[in-house]
Design a protein around this ligand. Sequence first.
Ligand SMILES: [Zn+2]
Ligand SMILES: [Zn+2]
Length: 345
Amino acid sequence: MRAAVVRNFNEDLSIEEVADPPCPDNGVVLEVAACGVCRSDHHGWSGEHPRVKNGSILGHEYCGTVVEAGSRAKYAVGDRLIAPFILACGDCPACRRGVSNTCPDQIAPGFTAPGAYAQYVAVPFDHNLVHLPESLTPALAAGLGCRVTTSWHALTDRAAVQAGEWVAIHGTGGIGLAAALLAKALGAQVVVVDIVAEKLENARRLGADAAVDASQVDAAEAIREITGGGAQVSIEALGIEATTNASIECLAPLGRHVQVGLPTGRTARMNINMNAVYMKNLALYGTRGMPAWKYPSILGLIERGVVDLTPLVTREIALSGASAELKAMNGPTPPGTAVITDFTG
Ligand SMILES: [Zn+2]
Ligand SMILES: [Zn+2]
């Protein structure tokens, strides 16, 4: 099969013919229909992810059609499926408790196994997958594996957002924009923060109630003013120290910060304003992915037309175009995300 392979960090992915993936006994092989290019891929591409090395294949937000099924697979050849980026074992105490996104035996294609920047991807633990609804294009569905589900879980589970609350969102990339659209669907008031004017305008056009340009003003101060004392919930959607502190500092007393952005750097350490956490009695939540059992809640919302996620995907690209997208993430990026839908080009 054709795949985009990591050879040297920070350089173009190498487009190669590699062996087709073997079919796992407890899962399937998918012919990939679409795979998103995510900021988490940038961590792997730049050498910051400990499991990504020479020979790795990135790609963790994908959907496709089953071309081979193992003897213990749940799905059959021909099924069109969406995969979450965390493939949980289904059988450990965490999985049995319904918090399968924390499963210690999880497999994450694109990081701990070959990913979907390729024509085919092996998917073990296929009980995590769900049918791709007819109403969704593969390009849009690909985002459901990562940015949309991650945002959904952050808002509905970790922060437990209530209608009428102010939700601040720091960073309007794939995750941030998804969070803004979903928070609006939950009845919240949304203020978005970025340093790219075009992305702020885009978020405003898509329904954000207010926008703050952090390159021009102190974001936390501006949000406290807009919200009349601070946001109840703040979503950090980038993973750097400046936005994490802005997120903590923009909150009202008793506010909830959710760390959605994957912290950057090899050590992922940050210098955090713990005095604000202490003085304002804040809650800090981490979040990663979504337990697969929550798929019906988000798919239902999309299928009923409560939320329109089509603005999230702005570019459909070929496999050979992924490198340019990753390189572009070294700086501020344009609105929306890119999805690979052509695996021969
Ligand atoms: Zn992702
Ligand atoms: Zn498990």
